[in-house]
Write a protein that binds this ligand. Structure first.
Ligand code: SF4
Length: 589
């Protein structure tokens, strides 16, 4: 027995409570409250807001004696939030519940009504190819992949190809951040081909062919309406950068790093006026409501380096994002809020919990954050460390960062690296938060690994081709060990021997001979060639050599410690040495 007490646990991420771990150390899952799948607060963290979207109802709604809200006569719900407020479970909410598994359609509706869950589903995109999904802390953590042509690289076709690639690797949403080429055609093509929600930052297209100084209210509304009609599911709008926040960035090491934030700051300085997006907010809300475009309220003053994190500029803007959230809810719009960026690891929890308080639980959508600035080329790694912590402490969606961040436009393989890194971050957080069923595939893979069942191991792997190729690079037979430790030091094989020893030899795992791997597929061969360490011929020559050295030639079985005893001898030894009831060793006497 250990003398240490185990922390109070949250839900068990394994559906069948498999294994020996007590489960998640997060708070108990409390779907329907601000604590749904939440981390325990470190001392000094802001408590959740006591208010929700129910506290920011549109004018004309009344609350009956039964506590239920009633819409004004003749009211026609359009957005998912409005349907939820009227008690309706939409087909999109049903689909979300089906995809989440651990939520009922009614729970989805109630979370949407509280403003803690959004279903970004523009009516236009919904009528085409969109498969509805949800973003919020009660659901699994989602990830977003950015793409888009820049003025110096890429085209619509390449961007659609990247969209397919990002979907293939499991991104939950895609943002088209094109700033070059034919923006309109690229956006149209991406929405048409996407089954995931598409987000944009509309200010990019507003300044094509005009200087930012010439942007006016009419151009803003016209551009937003055009993109809404195209079917864009969520808009990033940097309405929270206010004129009075600008002095706070003066002493930053890297100023304003958000494109939208810097453009609007320039506009405000030029016109000596308040941010026009802020002033137009109510009109923008009305427009977005008509199509049910979800807000992703942009953080134009997010820090661009650790030295500027959690500073006055960032926090002042976050307070404004809270105010904009309340106003958008009053218009019946769905809202999520964007967050940083570059944040030291120790400040991440505070950032997440402050947003939860100021924005009353509206889903937080964060970029990374990167937890160090000095590894360009590896920023998918530096940021997914921060992203895991962010999701554990409250973020609902993680915007990926690719190895090309800060350096250039991501190519196909960079998109894959970014998406995979973020699938890992999101999944790790879901398991830690105790989301039911989130660990089931891990457990299945662990079983396959323990059984040294290589086929199943690769089948369950997130990237089966990569796993198979790496295995076969050194050893092209599936036997009771791999090339990492070799036969005599394979702890899994030795553990299996121990298990077999106490339980009798298990015929399921006792192979007569090593299994020769199927030849590498073209994709697996490519993976090895890209590694560029050895040529495929060389790889197979070496793998064959390893195979012979371990005695695992075709038809033969690799020698095994347990082979010193035949099956009959093994059973006799067991009978002599183990108590048949307890399987404990019998005493020497
Ligand atoms: S050889 Fe080492 S790495 Fe390979 S299966 Fe055995 S214990 Fe695992």
């Amino acid at each position: 027995m250990t003398r240490y007490s185990i922390p109070a646990t949250g839900g068990n991420p394994s559906s069948r409570a498999q294994g020996t771990t007590p489960g998640s150390f997060a708070n108990a899952a409390r779907v329907g409250t601000p604590w749904a799948f939440s981390s325990p607060d470190a001392p000094g963290m802001p408590a959740p807001s006591e208010r929700t979207a129910w506290d920011f109802m549109p004018p004309g709604w009344t609350r009956g004696a039964d506590g239920r809200w009633r819409a004004p006569a003749g009211f026609q719900p359009i957005t998912q939030l409005e349907f939820a407020r009227t008690g309706v479970v939409t087909p999109e909410m049903r689909r979300v519940a089906e995809r989440e598994g651990h939520l009922t359609p009614e729970q989805v509706r109630d979370e949407v009504a509280a403003g803690r869950l959004v279903i970004p589903a523009n009516k236009v995109h919904l009528a085409k190819s969109l498969d509805p999904m949800a973003i919020g802390r009660a659901s699994r953590t989602k990830i977003n992949a950015n793409m888009g042509a820049s003025p110096v690289a890429s085209s619509s076709d390449e961007e659609v190809e990247k969209l397919r690639w990002a979907e293939r690797w499991g991104t939950d949403t895609v943002m088209d951040l094109s700033t070059g080429g034919d923006l309109d055609a690229t956006r149209e093509a991406i929405v048409k081909h996407a089954s995931v929600p598409i987000g944009t930052v509309p200010i990019y297209s507003m300044i094509i062919g005009r200087r930012i100084e010439d942007l006016d209210e009419a151009a803003v509304l016209e551009s937003l309406e055009h993109q809404a009609r195209q079917g864009v599911d969520y808009f990033t709008i940097h309405a929270g950068v206010l004129r009075e926040h600008l002095p706070f960035v003066a002493n930053r090491l890297i100023g304003i790093v958000s494109r939208g934030g810097s453009l609007l700051a320039k506009w405000m300085l030029h016109h000596r006026r308040q941010n026009l997006m802020y002033e137009l907010w109510d009109e923008i809300c009305e427009l977005m409501r008509r199509f049910d475009v979800t807000f992703s309220i942009g953080d134009g003053l997010r820090p661009g380096g650790l030295a500027d994190a959690t500073d006055r500029a960032q926090l002042a803007e976050l307070e404004t994002l809270g105010e904009l959230t309340e106003r958008a809810w009053r218009h019946g719009c769905q809202v999520m809020v964007e967050g940083p960026g570059h944040v030291p690891f120790d400040q991440i929890e505070f950032n997440m919990k402050l947003q939860r308080r100021l924005c009353h639980g509206a889903p937080f959508y964060v970029l990374g954050p990167l937890v160090t600035d000095m590894f360009p080329g590896y920023d998918h790694i530096t940021s997914c460390i921060g992203a895991t912590a962010a999701a554990y402490h409250g973020a609902a969606m993680l915007c990926y960062v690719t190895p090309k961040e800060h350096l250039g436009l991501p190519k196909r393989d960079d998109v894959k690296q970014g998406v995979v890194a973020y699938k890992i971050a999101a999944h790790a957080a879901d398991v830690a938060l105790g989301i039911p069923g989130s660990r089931d595939r891990d457990d299945e893979l662990t079983r396959a690994r323990a059984a040294l069942n290589w086929e199943r191991h690769f089948e369950l792997a997130f990237d089966p081709d990569l796993a198979r190729a790496y295995h076969d690079e050194d050893l092209d037979v599936d036997t009771d060990f791999c090339a990492m430790c070799g036969h005599d030091w394979c702890s899994v094989r030795i553990s299996k021997e121990i298990a077999e020893f106490v339980s009798g030899k298990d015929p399921e795992y006792a192979w007569e001979s090593a299994r020769v791997s199927e030849a590498l597929t073209e994709e697996q061969r490519e993976i090895l060639e890209r590694r560029g360490v050895l040529s495929p011929e060389e790889i197979h020559r070496l793998a064959g050599k390893t195979r012979r050295a371990v005695g695992a030639s075709r038809g033969a079985r690799a020698a095994c410690h347990s082979d010193v005893a035949s099956d009959t001898q093994a059973h006799r030894i067991q009978a002599e040495r183990l108590d048949p009831r307890t399987l404990e060793p019998l005493s020497e006497a």
